[in-house]
Design a protein around this ligand. Sequence first.
Ligand code: HEC
Length: 170
Amino acid sequence: MHMRTATAAVALLLAFALPVAADGSGDSTAVSTRDGEYIDKAGNPTFKIDKDGTVDWYTSVGYIRYTANCMQCHGPDGLGSSFAPSLVDALRTLVYSQFVDTVTNGKTNVSASQDLVMPAFGVNPNVMCYLDAIFVYLRARSDGALERGPPPKNAPKPAGYSAAENACMG
Ligand code: HEC
């Protein structure tokens, strides 16, 4: 085998063997489920992505909801734009509760040279009913577990998801 090919093969093997990365919310490895949502050992929502690229239901919903409600400011795939910071970067340090607080209540950075306003989404069911889904999608992006663009495949909808969604949307 050519030397460079061998090195690449080893790097690829290592990438699959390494545990899922830690981020602001800690180790993102899924250890349990709650209503079909994956949970890490600290009790925070997390993603689960199979080796063939199949993402859990919440992550796939998160991609759709992020794209509909957040992308116009935070850019495609969470990478940031001139209007708002990268959430791929932000989630490396933000914990889950800070994420929930910021999206619910908004944030205004008036001390910056430009006025940056993060709107409060607390009364918007299109965001609030999908907060965990948006979080786990961005968490997967931030951890480097998910490529740019729509997830290639998703796991089936968990039992009870539609009922909970309908109850939340009212
Ligand atoms: C109208 C533009 C706009 C939209 C839409 C928007 N944001 Fe923001 N967001 C911002 C701006 C601007 C900031 C930076 C505010 C600051 O620094 O004070 C921000 C900050 C944040 C932060 C905090 C980042 C940090 O490092 O503290 C999070 C988390 C966040 N947004 C999530 C979201 C999510 C999730 C959505 C979609 C549901 C969303 N935002 C939609 C403009 C927007």
